[in-house]
Structures are given as structure tokens and as C-alpha cells.
Write a protein that binds this ligand. Structure first.
Ligand code: ASP
Ligand code: MG
Length: 457
């Protein structure tokens, strides 16, 4: 069995839904379980709708609801050829939209959107998309079985960020998914959605359909978890910066997690975990080019290679430099500093520290006044905005001191404001002013990625 997860852009409109149907049809002998996200943009619209309803804003709400309906009706009109089937599907969507309107009305009348109410509402994106996809599959001769994710993905009940209970999932999957597969059907379920211990709807956090796919795959011991998206896979660099960037045929889990951290929005890092633990390969594939091999994410040992994987980068970060005004070393300096950063709403993405000073990279603009107040008089903090992080990623960095040395040397040459080798992750990162970032990425890619290609050729 395999799990095939299709992201929102893969089911963006009727044409894309039909492309997904063809992809699923081509994999039937692998006995797929299909997990699908909400249609592209739908979860954002639902978030908007919840906010408008919670403000009691009827004028704000109506156009959002209209846009939601339009998107789904268009998809149905284009993806379901048979009039009878289209009619039946439209009736079941009518019922869902009616529920959605009632729930939103309740929130609007109360003027308050609790996390529990928000979850109940956000789930509609996936409840709708899975119905449409199941009907479209049926329409093209695939025996699809629509499965409600709330019957399968039991969670800890934390609204907005629920965690699937894998032991419970193994049990519910055996009951709900496996019999369908055994009977030659293709289970189709929305991602992102689950049910808490009290059976109330919970969501797994934005991008949570990957988590669903990985959790289901782990629970049933799938041969492979396929994440179908709209790019060929993970890349050696951001192709907008480096035109020579290539798709990586395989990466280790640690490398994939590192790349996700640097904004490769292809794979949600949390999704990697249950699959890693069970050594189930995750493959990233492109719905637009189903024949390309994509990127295979493997467990550490299997993914171990001598090459460097990628030059990742991220813009729009801030550097916060903090220094103790005390003359003597103060063991409480670091814990106090990080507590102050946290109270200021600043989570450190990267930190280089000593007992008397710290350089911390944060991805949000820092409120200088607030930070100064939280740090207190004995600690001085300065903030520099408009910074970027460039990171050379490869599990080989953890194993090979010679490669590590060359990478550190190259990063030192770009005159970084901070340079970080933690030894914990498969990367070395440097912080530079944003205007120097692109050139740095290009030169590092030339040296370490394209250079490798030439050496290997
Ligand atoms: N539809 C949800 C979101 O947009 C979940 C997902 O797409 O993975 O966050
Ligand atoms: Mg989505």
C-alpha cells in the first residue's frame, strides 16, 4: 500500500482535479490511500471567514462565503462529467455549505470565535475537497471510498495544533481504511482534520495534510508516502535565485527537515517524524509532471551520501545582538536573555552565544522598546533588520571534517555577521545583509553544488 497526498494547488481547479484522478488511476496496482488538502486558497478564505464572523462583520463575511462556494461549484462543474453524479455531489455540497453558513452565523451572533469553533469551520475545506475528488475518481471508473478523517485521525484534542495519536490511528486505520483497500477500493480522505478525545473536530495546524499522510502511512506501514505537489521536489537552491538549481533525487530526512526550515515549502517538517521513525520513504512528486522521479526522502543511513545537498536561504530576518554590561562572566546571562526574547515574542531561529554575549536571528521584526524593557538595564540589545541567512546543507557535513572545513572557509569569505556550525544539524549557516544574500547563494552553489557535478562527471 502507498499513501498519496495531494496538496491544495494539485486540486486548484477542475482541470487539476482531473489530473489528480489520472495520477491515482496510474497507481492503482500499488493500492493507494488518498489524502487531499482543501482546494488552493480555501483554508485562507475560511480563516478570513472565521475572523469576519468573530468580529460580527456580516458585510465582510458574505463575499468570502460567496468566493468559497464559487470555487467549489466551478470545480464540480468541470471535474464531474456525468450529470447524475454531478447532481448528487452538488446536493451533498449544498448540505455542507448550509452547515458552514449556520456555524458561521453562530460565531457571528456570539461575536466570538473560539479555537474549537475555528477548527470546526476550517475542517470544511478538506471535507469539501475530499468529496469532490472522490466523486471525480468515481466518474472515471475508480472505486473510491470517501472516508471522514474524524473517524480515522484521533488526536490529543489541542485545537489548531492537534497531534495525531499514532497508536489509536493504527487501530482506526485497520477498521476503516484497510477493509476498503482489501476490497479493491481507494479510500479518499481530507488531510489536516481529525477528532479529539471528546470527538470534536480538531485541525493539525496549517500545512497539516502532510502530517495526516505521514501519520496514516506510518500507521498502516505503507511502502511509500507520496507527497504530490506542484514542483519536482526539493532543490539544490531556490531557482529564483539560482537558475542552475536542480532537483535533488534523494535527500536524508535531516536534510529535508533543514530545507523545510529554510522555506522549501514542499514538505512540512513535522510530517517527516512518524515516517522517519518507521523508516518509510517519503517521495515528493509533481502532479504537473507525473513522470519525473521527484525527490525521495530516506532515513539517515540510506540517504547518506558524499555530496552536499543544497544551498538554502531565507530573507527578511533580523539580527538581535545582546551583550552583558557586567564585567564578570554571568552564568545566568543566557537563560535570562532567552527568556527576555521569548517574552518579547521573539523566537530564536539561530543563535551564536557566549556567557557574555549572544547574536540571535529572529524571523520577526523586533520591537526595540519592548526588547530593551524585557532585557533590563544590565543587558544591552541592538537590532539589525534586513538580514538574510544562507545555509549549506548536507549530512556529509556531520561526517567529513574536510568538507566541513571547506564550507566554513567559503562562508567566512562572504564576510558574514554571524556564522553558525552547531554540529547538531546537517548544515552550516551564515547571516549577511539582504542585499548580499543572492550573490552569496549563487557563488556557494557554483562552488559546492555545480562544482560537485563537474567533479563527478
Ligand atoms: N488546507 C490546510 C492548509 O492550507 C492543510 C494543508 O493544506 O495541508 O493549511
Ligand atoms: Mg492548503
Amino acid at each position: 500500500m502507498i499513501v498519496m497526498k495531494f496538496g491544495g494547488t494539485s486540486v486548484g481547479d477542475a482541470e487539476r482535479v482531473l489530473a489528480v484522478v489520472e495520477v491515482v488511476r496510474s497507481k492503482l496496482e500499488a493500492r493507494p490511500i488518498v489524502v487531499v488538502s482543501a482546494l488552493a486558497g480555501v483554508t485562507d478564505l475560511l480563516v478570513e471567514a472565521v475572523a469576519a464572523a468573530a468580529r460580527g462583520d456580516r458585510e465582510g463575511l458574505d463575499p468570502v462565503l460567496a468566493a468559497l462556494e464559487r470555487k467549489h461549484r466551478w470545480a464540480v462543474a468541470g471535474a464531474i462529467e456525468d450529470a447524475r453524479r454531478r447532481h448528487d455531489l452538488s446536493l451533498s455540497l449544498d448540505a455542507l455549505f448550509e452547515e458552514l453558513r449556520q456555524l458561521l452565523r453562530a460565531v457571528r451572533v456570539l461575536g466570538e470565535g473560539t479555537p474549537r469553533a475555528a477548527d470546526a469551520l476550517l475542517a470544511y475545506g478538506e471535507l469539501l475537497s475530499s468529496r469532490i475528488l472522490a466523486a471525480a475518481l468515481e466518474g472515471r471508473g475508480v472505486r473510491a471510498r470517501l472516508v471522514d478523517p474524524r473517524d480515522v485521525v484521533l488526536t490529543d484534542g489541542r485545537h489548531g495544533a492537534a497531534e495525531p495519536d499514532l497508536a489509536a490511528l493504527a487501530e482506526t486505520a485497520r477498521r476503516t481504511l484497510l477493509p476498503a483497500v482489501e476490497a479493491g477500493e481507494v479510500p479518499v480522505m481530507g488531510g489536516f482534520v481529525g477528532a479529539g478525545p471528546d470527538r470534536r473536530t480538531t485541525t493539525l495546524g496549517r500545512g497539516g495534510s502532510d502530517t495526516t499522510a505521514a501519520a496514516v502511512g506510518a500507521a498502516i506501514g505503507a511502502e511509500e508516502i507520496q507527497i504530490w505537489t506542484d514542483v519536482d521536489g526539493l532543490m539544490t537552491a531556490d531557482p529564483k535565485i539560482v537558475p542552475e538549481a536542480r532537483t535533488l533525487p534523494r535527500v536524508s530526512f535531516a536534510e529535508a527537515a533543514e530545507l523545510a526550515f529554510y522555506g522549501a515549502k514542499v514538505l512540512h517538517p513535522a510530517s517527516v517524524l512518524p515516517a522517519v521513525e518507521r523508516r518509510i520513504p517519503v517521495r515528493i512528486l509533481n502532479t504537473l509532471r507525473p513522470a519525473s522521479a521527484g525527490t525521495l526522502v530516506l532515513d539517515e543511513a540510506a540517504g547518506e551520501e558524499a555530496r552536499l545537498a543544497s544551498v538554502a536561504s531565507r530573507t527578511g530576518v533580523c539580527i538581535v545582538r545582546v551583550a552583558s554590561r557586567r564585567l564578570r562572566a554571568d552564568p545566568a546571562f543566557l537563560p535570562r536573555t532567552f527568556a527576555a526574547l521569548e517574552r518579547s515574542g521573539l523566537a530564536a531561529d539561530l543563535a551564536v552565544c557566549s556567557e557574555a554575549g549572544a547574536t540571535v536571528v529572529v524571523s520577526r521584526a523586533a520591537d526595540r522598546g519592548r526588547l530593551a524593557a524585557e532585557l533590563g538595564g544590565e543587558v544591552e540589545g541592538t537590532v539589525s533588520e534586513g538580514r538574510g541567512v544562507v545555509s549549506v546543507v548536507g549530512s556529509v557535513l556531520l561526517r567529513d571534517p574536510a568538507v566541513r572545513g571547506r564550507v566554513i572557509e567559503a562562508l567566512a569569505r562572504i564576510e558574514p555577521e554571524a556564522l553558525a556550525l552547531s554540529g547538531a544539524g546537517p548544515s552550516v549557516a551564515a547571516v549577511v545583509p539582504e542585499q548580499r544574500l543572492q550573490e552569496a547563494v549563487r557563488s556557494l552553489h557554483r562552488e559546492f553544488i555545480e562544482g560537485q557535478g563537474r567533479a563527478a562527471a
